[in-house]
Design a protein around this ligand. Structure first.
Ligand SMILES: Cc1ncc(COP(=O)(O)O)c(C=O)c1O
Length: 426
């Protein structure tokens, strides 16, 4: 049975709260050891989830268990531990496949993170299939990791980078995006969710528009996978990338999903280790996908930790997580909007739990420092999205980003902290 709570919000409105069965915040928070500490004598309020999320015990234990029981190099060994480590690593790949609803496990390539995955596609697909005069289309709300790899490729291949604009509330201007899909557009690379604004892009429509012109689409899902269900087959995207550490998994591991036809047709990104089938000084032949793209010893423990993280998310239910965070952002936006002198940057209709804001007369870093004194962790700066800052005429924002374990009392603490900043700078 669904528990429905009506909460009075700070501006006197009511936000409807639906708690899914099994979504017990106290129990969930107990799964995260790091949340149980005090910072500067106050309960830690961790609101920096867009930078990296905390890890549940199950992830930490899975990695410890791997190192205590199973550690061996994978794929090449015939001994017992190597076979067991290989089985665990490949099981992690199958878990990622299921989580993203990909068709085949071979479509899942383990990389270091979203950044490496985008660079892989730029350098492997881009250098093979794009040539002078071709265009790559991105949007104005991208993270630097989905800008710079394309700029590097543009320099190498003589391409043009096109940028679809965003509106004053931080939404992609779809008509402009469609207009920019030209005869020379060879690739679209677009964030599913903006890290600086929280905007959820209409990714299915974007993909349809591009595919109508036979243009492949890479989706940067770094800020989407931890917060919303993703089905790559339903989306029909060509590439989808994300980082483990933002999805409650370990650092150092991430995923490139690519349609198998595309991965098959792409050359290796790096050479060495497990990506070969045979090597002579005259000629090297390559392993099959996905191993062709996994040169060197991979992050075995990382993949196993990521498996545990995705299982954790799956157990809670991505729909439940999305509903909880959508409630939190509504509650927080409502509360912060009642504070004079605060401007929220990014007010898209469809948003994840990212609250970016600036305050009249106070630098973002000062706000962050004062909040930290109360144990509240937020990020301040340009969030690796300098073009977004420029678009809104600010140098930096304060970004509070919510995760599955955040609560209304934590948002209340944030609001009290902001009020305190106002008093200090009055
Ligand atoms: C939207 C987006 N894309 C890509 C990245 C890069 O992720 P990573 O540093 O884990 O490779 C980030 C990180 O903040 C991000 O928010």
């Amino acid at each position: 049975m669904t528990k429905v709570l009506r909460m009075l919000t700070t501006t006197g409105g009511t936000a409807l709260r639906e708690m899914a069965p099994g979504f017990d915040l106290a129990r969930i928070r107990a799964d995260f050891p790091i949340l149980q500490q005090k910072v500067h004598g106050r309960d830690l309020v961790y609101l920096d989830n867009a930078a990296t999320a905390q890890k549940p015990k199950s992830v930490i234990e899975a990695m410890t268990r791997y190192y205590e029981r199973d550690n061996a190099n994978i794929h090449r060994g015939v001994h017992y531990l190597s076979e067991r480590a290989t089985a665990e690593f490949e099981a992690a790949r199958r878990t990622v496949r299921a989580f993203l609803h990909a068709r085949h496990p071979e479509e899942i390539v383990f990389v270091r993170g979203a950044t490496e995955a985008i660079n892989l596609v730029a350098q492997s697909y881009g250098r093979t299939y794009l040539s002078a005069g071709d265009e790559v289309l991105i949007t104005a709300l991208e993270h630097h990791s989905n800008i710079v790899p394309w700029q590097l490729l543009c320099e190498q291949q003589g391409l043009k980078l096109r940028v679809a604009p965003i509106s004053d509330n931080g939404e992609l201007v779809l008509t402009e995006f469609e207009r920019l899909l030209g005869l020379r557009t060879r690739l679209v690379a677009v964030a599913h969710v903006s890290n600086a604004l929280g905007t959820i892009n209409p990714i299915a429509t974007i993909i349809k528009m591009a595919h109508a012109r036979k243009i492949p689409v890479l989706v940067d899902g770094a800020q989407a996978v931890p917060h919303t269900p993703v089905d790559v087959q339903e989306l029909d995207c060509d590439f989808y990338v994300f980082s483990g550490h933002k999805a409650y998994g370990p650092t150092g591991i991430g995923v490139l999903y690519g349609k198998s036809t595309l991965l098959e047709a792409m050359p290796p990104y790096q050479g060495g280790g497990d990506m070969i089938s045979s090597v002579t000084f005259e000629k090297t032949t390559y392993n099959k996908v996905p191993h062709k793209f996994e040169a060197g010893t991979p992050d075995m423990a990382g993949a196993i930790g990521l498996k545990a993280a995705l299982e954790y998310l799956d157990n809670l239910g991505m729909d439940n997580i999305a509903a909880h965070e959508s409630y939190l952002i509504a509650y927080a936006t409502d509360a912060i909007s009642a504070i004079p002198g605060v401007r929220v940057i990014g007010t898209a209709k469809e948003k994840t739990g990212v609250l970016s804001f600036v305050m009249e007369g106070v630098h973002a870093h000062d706000i962050g420092t004062i909040l930290d004194q109360d144990g509240i962790a937020v990020r301040t700066g340009h969030h690796c999205a300098q073009p977004v800052m420029k678009r809104f005429g600010v140098e930096a924002t304060v970004r509070a980003s919510f995760g599955l374990y955040n609560t209304e009392p934590e948002i209340d603490a944030l609001i009290r902290g902001i009020e305190k900043v106002k008093e200090v700078f009055a």
